[in-house]
Design a protein around this ligand. Structure first.
Ligand SMILES: [Zn+2]
Length: 259
């Protein structure tokens, strides 16, 4: 069903022969324009003309890639399904509006016809030409609108059925897009959570490392202080020792003197 609707859209914009392009563009991927031209048996310029026409309505999107060797750009195309369906919807609404307008006009106004020339005139114009045909001079007759109104009503009903189908497809397509967006959002959320975790882990590692470094430093300082203390202790001991020696010596000398 979707394919038929899309074909209708392309046919409205670029003419009936162009509608075969739908079979090629109706994918999630972008398609190389040279592939499109080849598959449709068209020259690249013919294919591009069709694509540009559709592109004017925003119903296809493209990306370009540069050929590194030749240095020129190749375009890749994709159909914008939702936009195409909305275009069709607008078109149908206009047709329904037009049909309603005609039905109302046929039900409320009178028209006159020349049976011979099959010319139709509004009541005002028939009055101006005194109810005679400008072409052949025959007397105009009042047109029976009943059959026409019946046909117009039937046409309007068909258009309304078509509109319902298009609306259903639009709902489906929106559902698909929402699903896709939801999936993308969940993916982004996962990436974000992972990044936060990584950052936390890194911070933790850094904290541990700096703590270790600090510990090493503290140890070094402590050791240094201990060494210093030990050295000064040794020094004090030596000093004390010397003092004792000295005092012993003076004691000896004084003893000798006394003797
Ligand atoms: Zn006539």
């Amino acid at each position: 069903m979707l394919q038929n609707l899309l074909k209708e859209v392309i046919s409205l914009i670029a003419g009936k022969p162009a509608e075969e392009i739908v079979g090629l563009l109706d994918t999630q991927k972008y398609i190389n324009e040279f592939v499109i031209a080849k598959k449709l048996n068209l020259t690249i310029n013919q294919a591009r003309n069709i694509l540009y026409k559709i592109s004017d309505y925003g119903l296809v999107s493209s990306i370009r890639k540069k050929d590194k060797r030749k240095g020129w750009y190749t375009y890749f195309w994709k159909i914008e399904i939702l936009k195409a369906l909305e275009f069709l919807r607008e078109n149908l609404l206009k047709k329904i509006d037009n049909a309603e307008h005609q039905i109302k006009s046929r039900e409320t106004k009178r028209f006159y016809v020349c049976e011979r020339c099959h010319i139709e005139l509004s009541e005002e114009n028939a009055l101006i030409s005194s109810f005679t045909c400008n072409e052949c001079g025959a007397i105009l007759t009042l047109k029976d609108n009943a059959k026409l109104v019946r046909d117009l009503r039937r046409n309007r009903e068909k258009l309304e059925r078509d509109l319902k189908i298009v609306d259903e497809e639009i709902t489906k397509e929106r559902g698909k897009e929402d699903k896709k967006r939801g999936k993308e959002m969940r993916k982004e959320e996962k990436v974000r959570v992972k990044a936060v975790k990584l950052r936390k882990a890194k911070l933790k590692r850094l904290r541990i490392k700096s703590k270790e470094l600090l510990n090493v430093k503290v140890k070094k300082v402590k050791k240094k202080r201990q060494n210093k203390n030990r050295q000064s202790l040794v020094h004090l001991k030596k000093k004390a020792h010397k003092k004792i020696k000295k005092s012993k010596r003076t004691q000896k000398i004084s003893k000798k003197k006394r003797i």
